[in-house]
Design a protein around this ligand. Structure first.
Ligand code: BGC
Length: 953
């Protein structure tokens, strides 16, 4: 198998291990789990038959070859038995109550109707089995936040009834949660099941992962990446969550455990970082080593000056009787000083390899001193816009969750140290109060204080920062390949591009652009004939965080969700998984995945939390680094998103996230910063909404001052699909305002249908003529796009330099998956005859066409066919659009006469599709294929109606 060929079994195996390591065991009384060999389980809950592999929306739309649900895996397992009578009851019931996946975007319900249980069914099951496994499922996603109501964050009455009956009848009950996100857990106290396992959405191998944990094949070793509080109201963000217009982040840096551990410990049901195992571990601090500052002695055990790094060595010994892995976590408690600090902040973590009983491993946790500093956004320390270490004791706590972490050592700072001097950026403009930690004799309390507001002149900063113009030279015959080969500079190359070319280059095309891999989200770079003529290739991007989404139906691997991966706390394993993802992207000629998602789990109700990792920025950043470095091994990358503050779906196009500069830098931007600096991210997606009054796609300070100037980001920023922009001070934003996008150094507007003809959809030409945008700015952005392309596989492929090995793998892929990378698209108007010259079919032949529909609507397909066989001959023909079969026709022999058959082609929604015709028998001739519209669908009107509906809500 060559470097570029995918070993699907290996892929499945890594994914299975990753989701098993991400599963978090919260309770396991009397060793209820694992299920022992030869035992019988009664499985309750209809989700056993309808496993959720992922959340909904763009982050979940992966066409998988298969999905292994929990029941599938249990059934396949030879070592344990399942109660078949009970299963039969569920199977019958589900026939009448099929799973509702919703028809339209965002319509899938959060949960599925549960089967009512009688006492008799449950008690019979208890007689016939050793334990009960109860499976409860939830989903949510893009455009669909969860809600603090029954069926979403809370259990339904029928689910409660199921738990009540099952827990009464069985001594041993294990509840498995197939959810994208944390849910209310108070029912654990009410019904007291013996075991509770968060299994998340584990992708296509998810059921197998759960099986491995249930049977003890894998000893649970996942840890919560979020705090589970008793009530949704306990999260300080809940009071602000969901406002369509403006969302004040009044809790400031006190997100998740930073809040609970500081002032509300008793509200926590399961702390951050918590997760049980089937074995036990002893953790011992064997070294705590700090650098010295200003000659200050500290109470470390070993005084060895290793500048700028705190080193902690922890010996972990497996003291139980089964193999297992453990996660050690180091938390900081910084002196309150004038800034006020959370009483715990995760600063490092490490996971052991699998330890056999009695064996041990020493984990090294290294913390850079600059990473324990806090950001002063008010100037209260005398150092406004700086990261500072205030004087005092910096205590380091080590443990296996935030609550049990014990003091490991102290670093003492004698006088304030300025660690990094920055400039004020993205500060809020609207006055509001935020939480501030105050030290009193009784302990730390959180009080309100006025949030520091913007003091800089943003317009001046934008104008002063304008790049120099590069005068237009006209076409000198240089191609981008000449820059790639170091023959000329990028500036010399770009000088040849006309203003019009540069404007066109700021537009990405999609979705399902015929210029790139079919069914993907977008194309960028050389999207017009002119740009292409300059040797600029067309880059391809595809969703998303849980696997490659190709709407034409090409199969891809569906991976565990972000939350699940984060809970594994295993960056090496996540990297291994993303090496496979990188290979798959390369095979499909996708240059950048639209993921991973890095937004902070500010509130459990955010519908897209499943795509994101954690409430903690360090864990988020490290997971993103793992994903990126995996994909980088195959030359492709990921687009880290959504930058920044996309913490709710409700009103996501309009809502303004009002966040202090400190909370941005310490919490909401931190993961992105790590992904850029450590993970070498080269592609970023901004959000739909606004951050401190400026829609992020046009937010100069976010995208230029912080991302590029401070962090040294090199690469592209793209908008989210059909995002809006505004000018500082404008209360509303518009899709047409791409001039602000260009100015802010958001390089690409995603997406338009035709980059060369976008009249009426943006006002860039006009703004350029009025001087709002300069040629210098357009060139600067074009340079970013060219940089990205030159660092992507598409460049070498474009230059014809694909290695023989890659070429062979690509050909295999085309045959294996029917990916027609080079098929020319045919335009379909109201009534169109396909380009076809007399087709003679053989048995099992497939004919494929790439179609570009002028209109969305209901279509018919007619075939003019003949065969020399007699009337009793059966010649089945299957017609598919993308991967879905739309019609199956059995044509009888026609004795050599031409006949016409017409069938429904269904609803054509995607403008670009594959039409596939499969001939099960040979000996047929096809003379004409005609496609005609029956009824047009007015998408614009549907969208307008939806917006009206939302506004009325
Ligand atoms: C989502 C993005 C996604 C894009 C392309 C948008 O609706 O918010 O996350 O990458 O669509 O599918």
């Amino acid at each position: 198998m060559g470097k570029y060929d995918i070993d699907w079994n290996l892929y499945a195996d890594i994914s299975r291990r990753a989701a098993a390591e991400g599963a978090v065991l919260l309770k396991n009384d009397n060793k209820a789990l694992p299920i022992k060999k030869g035992e019988t389980a009664s499985v309750f809950g209809r989700i056993q038959l309808d496993y959720y592999k992922s959340g909904t929306g763009s982050g979940g739309m992966v066409n998988t070859r298969y999905v292994v649900g929990i029941l599938d895996a249990l059934k396949n397992c030879k070592d344990i038995y399942i109660n078949k009578d009970l299963l039969g009851i569920y199977e019958e019931w589900v026939k009448e109550h099929p799973c509702n996946r919703g028809i339209h975007w965002g319509e899938e319900p959060w949960s599925q109707e549960e089967m009512p249980l009688t006492d008799e069914v449950v008690s019979n099951a208890a007689l016939n089995s050793d334990l009960a496994v109860v499976i409860i499922g939830r989903t949510a996603g893009e455009d669909k936040d969860s809600s603090a109501e029954k069926g979403s964050y809370l259990l339904t009455d029928l689910e409660e009834d199921m738990l009540q009956k099952v827990c009464k009848a069985f001594k041993r009950v294990a509840v498995v949660l197939n959810v994208g996100n944390i849910i209310d857990m108070k029912w654990v106290d009410t019904y007291n099941p013996a075991a509770v396992l968060y299994a998340w959405h584990g992708g296509q191998e998810g059921g197998n992962s759960v099986l491995d944990v249930l049977t003890g094949e894998v000893t649970p070793c996942g840890k919560l990446s979020d705090t589970i509080a008793y009530n949704i109201e306990d999260y300080p963000s809940t009071a602000y969550f969901g406002d369509k217009k403006r969302n004040f982040y009044a809790e400031d840096i006190f997100v998740g455990y930073r809040y609970f551990e500081t002032v509300a410990k008793d509200k926590v049901m399961y702390p951050f970082g918590f997760g049980l195992s089937y074995t036990t571990f002893k953790t011992e601090n064997i070294l705590f080593q700090v650098p010295k500052f200003d000659g200050q002695e500290s109470d470390c055990q070993l005084k060895h000056d290793k500048s700028g790094i705190v080193n902690i060595l922890v010996k972990v010994t497996n003291t139980g009787d089964v193999k297992g892995k453990e996660v050690v976590q180091a938390y900081l408690s910084a002196p309150q000083g004038k800034l006020g600090k959370p009483s715990r902040e995760l600063k490092a973590f490490g996971k052991t390899k699998e330890l056999a009983p009695g064996s041990n491993e020493t984990i090294e946790l290294s913390i850079s001193v600059k990473d324990i500093a806090s950001y002063d956004d008010s100037g209260v320390t005398g150092h406004k816009s700086c990261y500072v270490l205030e004087a005092g004791k910096y205590e380091f706590y080590v443990g296996t969750d935030v609550r049990n972490a014990a003091l490991s050592g102290v670093l003492e700072i004698a006088e304030l140290i300025v660690v990094e001097e920055l400039e004020e950026a993205v500060a809020p403009k609207i006055a509001y109060e935020r939480l501030h930690a105050n030290e009193t004799v009784a302990g730390v309390e959180l009080v309100n204080e006025a949030t520091p507001l913007r003091t800089i002149d943003l317009q001046k900063r934008i104008i002063d920062g304008r790049p120099e113009e590069i005068p237009y030279t006209g076409d000198k015959g240089y191609k981008l390949g000449d820059v790639f080969d170091n023959k000329i500079s990028l500036d010399e190359f770009l000088a040849q591009l006309s203003d019009e070319d540069l404007i066109h280059m700021s537009r990405g095309e999609g979705m399902s652009s015929p210029k790139v891999t079919p069914g993907t989200a977008g194309a960028f770079g050389g999207v017009t004939d002119n740009l292409h003529g300059f040797g600029i290739p067309v880059g391809c991007c595809a969703d998303g965080p849980s696997g490659i989404r190709m709407d034409c139906g090409t199969y891809a691997f569906s991976m565990p969700n972000g939350t699940c991966l984060a809970c594994s706390f295993n960056t090496e394993l996540v990297k291994e998984l993303y090496v496979m993802e990188g290979k798959e992207l390369r095979k499909n000629r996708v240059d950048t995945l639209l993921g991973p998602g890095l937004n902070i789990h500010r509130n459990p109700l955010n519908g897209r939390n499943f795509e994101y990792f954690s409430e903690d920025p360090l864990l988020t950043g490290k997971m993103a680094v793992a994903c990126l470095s995996g994909m980088h091994e195959f030359g492709v990358t990921g687009t880290i998103k959504h930058f920044a503050g996309n913490n709710q779906e409700f009103g996501r196009n309009e809502s303004d996230s009002v966040i202090s500069e400190r909370a941005l830098r310490e919490i909401y931007l931190k993961g992105f910063e790590i992904a850029v600096k450590e993970g070498k991210a080269r592609s970023v997606m901004s959000t739909y909404g606004a951050l401190n009054g400026i829609w992020t796609a046009g937010n100069y300070d976010l995208l230029t001052t912080i991302l590029r100037k401070e962090w040294g980001f090199k690469g592209i920023v793209m908008t989210d699909w059909w995002a809006k922009m505004n000018e500082d001070g404008e209360e509303t934003a518009a899709h047409t305002n791409t001039q602000y996008m260009v100015r802010a150094q958001n390089d690409l507007y995603m997406v338009v249908e035709n980059a060369a003809k976008n009249t009426g959809n943006d006002i860039l030409e006009e703004s350029f003529n009025n001087g709002v945008v300069t040629r210098g700015e357009l060139i600067r952005n074009a340079a970013n796009i060219c940089y990205m392309l030159m660092n992507s596989p598409v460049m070498e492929r474009f230059l014809g330099r694909m290695s023989e090995e890659e070429k062979a793998a690509s050909e295999n892929a085309q045959n294996e998956d029917n990916i027609a990378f080079d098929l020319a698209y045919q335009r379909i108007e109201d009534d169109t005859l396909l380009d076809l010259t007399g087709l003679k079919t053989g048995r099992g032949d497939t004919t494929m066409f790439a179609l570009n529909f002028a209109k969305r609507g209901l279509y018919d397909i007619s075939l003019k066919v003949k065969s020399h066989s007699g009337e009793l001959a059966q010649m089945p023909v299957t017609i598919s659009i993308d991967r879905s079969i739309v019609s199956m026709i059995t044509i009888n022999g026609t004795n050599g006469e031409w006949i016409n058959v017409t069938r429904d082609l269904g609803v054509i929604f995607n403008q670009n599709c594959y039409l596939k015709i499969y001939f099960a028998q040979g000996g047929m001739e096809v003379d004409e294929i005609r496609i005609s519209i029956r009824e047009e669908i007015d998408l614009k009107k549907i969208m307008e109606d939806k917006t009206k509906e939302e506004d009325n809500e």
